[in-house]
Design a protein around this ligand. Sequence first.
Ligand code: NAD
Length: 497
Amino acid sequence: MTATHVPGLPVIEDGHLISTNPASGAEAGRVPVADEKAVIAAVERAREAALWWQSLGWDGRKTRLLRWRTLLVERIQELAELAELESGKPVNDGIIEVTAAVEHLDWAAKNAKRVLGPRRMRTRLLLAEHVGHLEYQPYGVVGVIGPWNYPIVTPIGPISGALAAGNAVVFKPSEYTPVVGQWLADTFAEIVPEHPVLQAVHGLGDVGGALCRSGVQKVSFTGSTATGKKVMAACAENLVPVVIEAGGKDALIVDADADVAAAAEAAVWGSMTNAGQTCIGIERVYAVESVYDKFVDAVVEKAGKLRTGQEIGPITMPKQLDIIRDHIEDALAKGGRAVLGGAGAVQAPYVSPTVLVDVPAHSSEMREETFGPTLTITKVRDADEAVQKANDSPYGLGGAVFGKKDAIRIARRLRSGMVAVNGTLTFVGMGNLPFGGVGESGFGRIHGEDGLREFARAKAITVRRARSLLPAMTFERTPAQVQQIVKALRLLYGRKP
Ligand code: NAD
């Protein structure tokens, strides 16, 4: 590393992307940058590889994917340490991240045939002489564009769904975590050496844009809302369908009958894990007035024990430090109070845990994604007010509720794709549950059955198995037969006397 490199800031030198640790500046590694031609060539190779991968069939692909899963388990420490070197994420957080990635890989591999494979559909009365078949066919080549904050699980979600469905994947990791991305592609190639079924291409945003325009048949994007809009625009040029997994401003509701100590513990973890750089991180809490004081005290006590450089790693993206500082200062300037941390919490490359109360709803800390170890707690009258305030956001990714009697009812009313009840972020750890947002948090789903279907096209086939008794779809039909069809319709669906 030359003296001019800012720790953590990606640099391109001699056609290589160099990534460095955000705290120490130590080089994590360097990877070749792909130009537009190289991206197109990777997609061409992937097209061939996809045909071979499809020829392996459901069981052949499952075997390979499960071997890759086992490799991840065996090398979990190595991968978590690499993630720490590159992004600053504490090793234990990295291990938990790999655990979730393994879960999704395992589930997708084992369930793809059941969810996507061919099946016969029940005959419908009006076309009784036909039988239906349904299956989900792979797109071909899927482009996956990833962020840096969870450089293992965020790409492995869509990658495992896409691969299990029979697609080849070209993956563009974040420029902040290319080495982890390359590690994923390299280890997959150890298991599947025959063809480049999973490739990584590297570079800045322009390489992601080139991937959208490269001839891929689907794009799965995870990153900020602003970039998601650019990805959609690039994909629109060729009518390429997209999944958008974007940002969030997730809320936790603490109801009157909540276990307050458990809620505080989960709030601290949900907001501060990975130094708050979590798309589904809890950034706002709405606590009912009867438990508010006790909850605030418990959060401050627990969050106050977290140490920067230990449980709280550095902020991976240097420019995010300014955003976090601005949000804290804006909250304080508008009448908020820091009950932990606050002004001066940002000491590059770290931000110490910050808990804010009485923050007005119109401040940036309440409306925009902060992506740091900060949490606002707002006192509300009751759960209804909590739901209304939680939903007053353009985002709608995840969320959480602590409570007993009404907790699930409250969870249903939150405008979001996922909610954890009596926990935080837990929905990301279940391979059979879909993951994705609403509003500015995006659309489409990864993980679970919906996540598998996202990477395949539904294909319907009808097969005639007898002569039509009441032929409808032919010019050979007679007026009398049309009348018989009307009679049959009235019998089946008409008003009963
Ligand atoms: P980002 O939008 O800056 O970058 C994401 C990826 O897009 C990177 O690989 C980047 O190189 C690429 N990119 C940039 N410009 C592009 C363009 N014009 N065309 C195509 N690709 C382009 O996001 P980030 O800072 O890496 O990640 C943090 C964001 O991701 C946060 O908003 C976070 O909430 C969100 N996120 C969402 C989820 C989710 O599942 N919903 C998960 C993790 C992170």
